[in-house]
Design a protein around this ligand. Sequence first.
Ligand SMILES: Cc1cc2nc3c(=O)[nH]c(=O)nc-3n(C[C@H](O)[C@H](O)[C@H](O)COP(=O)(O)OP(=O)(O)OC[C@H]3O[C@@H](n4cnc5c(N)ncnc54)[C@H](O)[C@@H]3O)c2cc1C
Length: 429
Amino acid sequence: MNAIEKIEVDTLVVGSGIAGLQSALDLADQGYSVAIVEKAPSIGGKMISLSKVFPTLDCASCITTPRMASVSHHPRITTLTYSTVDAIKREGKTFTAAVTRKPRYIDEKECISCKRCEEVCPVLLPDEYEVGMGAKKTISIPFTNAIPQLPVMHPEHCIRCGACARACPKDCIEFLQEPAPVEIKAKAVILATGYETTPMTAKKQYGLGKLPNVISPMAAERLLAPHGPYGRVLRPSDGMVPGSIAYVQCAGSRDKSIGIPYCSRVCCMYAIKQAILLSGSLPIADITIYYMDIRAFGKGYEQFYNNARAMGINFVKAKVARITEDEKHNPILRIERQEGTSGPEEVKHELVILSQGLVPGHDASSFGLGTQNNDFGFVKLSDEMVSSAVTAGAGVFAAGVVKGPRDIPDSVVDAGSAAMEAANYMRKL
Ligand SMILES: Cc1cc2nc3c(=O)[nH]c(=O)nc-3n(C[C@H](O)[C@H](O)[C@H](O)COP(=O)(O)OP(=O)(O)OC[C@H]3O[C@@H](n4cnc5c(N)ncnc54)[C@H](O)[C@@H]3O)c2cc1C
């Protein structure tokens, strides 16, 4: 059993998406020490896997990577990746978090990120970073610009051939590594556990996971990323360049039948962004967005939407009831238009993207910090009119989508206010 590693800091940040990274940097730059705990093997959250960002179409990883690097090199920030926060207790003015570092099965201190282990490993797995569209080795660095550049081994798929151990020049493969406990003491906590996209289990009629050419918006982000799985946009079933692409808006949002009546705020804009990017990479493709109404709420967003219309993207006000496919795996949408003609009709496309909504990434109330959730599981603020970061738990602040759906600029602004509120709180202790 590993001895408990003890870390003492001013603030614990849980989650390292753009909100967690920014709040950690804002606090550390003011002189506070921070520990940031991330359950994934790399910091960066969802933003690092996006293609470009609306409405500027700046490269997402070009914005995220420098922040990730600043966090990992900051002298006042300790980063724990591939680690879970199991419980946080408040004792007087101090929070004590029990954290488990999951085993990567390598010696992290000795590893020089040479990737020799990855090169020789003979076992391929679906790559979750590429939403299953690419393959990775059983021992591999999670993605090109991951931070830290450390491989993770998946022992359940390892065939114990020993090739990685023989290839490693630093002798750092450790097949018998165990989870390592870490105790973090902090004066304040910032929750930044973000989101997942709405599971489509309650919307089986859309065929996600069953129909190969019905894909998630995260898969579309990867197809559009310059370093994505295929290097260009190809549909999954047969590698064909799709000539007709459709977006189904509000797939898992504004839908009382699945218990998600709220608007996820970012889906209209990311669908428009992806449609614009698609029309750049596939100039002759026909792109249609089936929508209820377009919510272009932010600075420059309405102009972005108008640009998409002017570029020839079709916006069809219609509800999509279900999706089936023909013998060539072309998705067939059963739609009902909300304007003009009435009655259901069927339209065929070659690739369909479901604009899935956002749901909480983690039930933050499970940490037992006295925070409360709203009706949909996002962290509730004490008084939204007074502060955008203060929760019902004393010394506990929230940043980013953990509080409800929002875009990147709003998550960054939030991160600043969570850092500011945490600093104010710590000054008064
Ligand atoms: C398809 C798509 C495209 C988008 N495109 C854009 C765009 O172009 N422009 C834009 O402004 N917005 C866009 N967004 C929205 C954007 O992704 C979010 O606003 C932003 O990423 C939110 O960041 P966050 O830090 O709050 O959450 P996240 O990025 O979700 O980060 C949360 C982090 O917390 C970690 N975590 C979760 N639970 C735990 C736990 N218990 N312990 C430790 N770590 C934990 C997660 O692993 C994750 O790394 C898009 C969203 C989607 C779905």
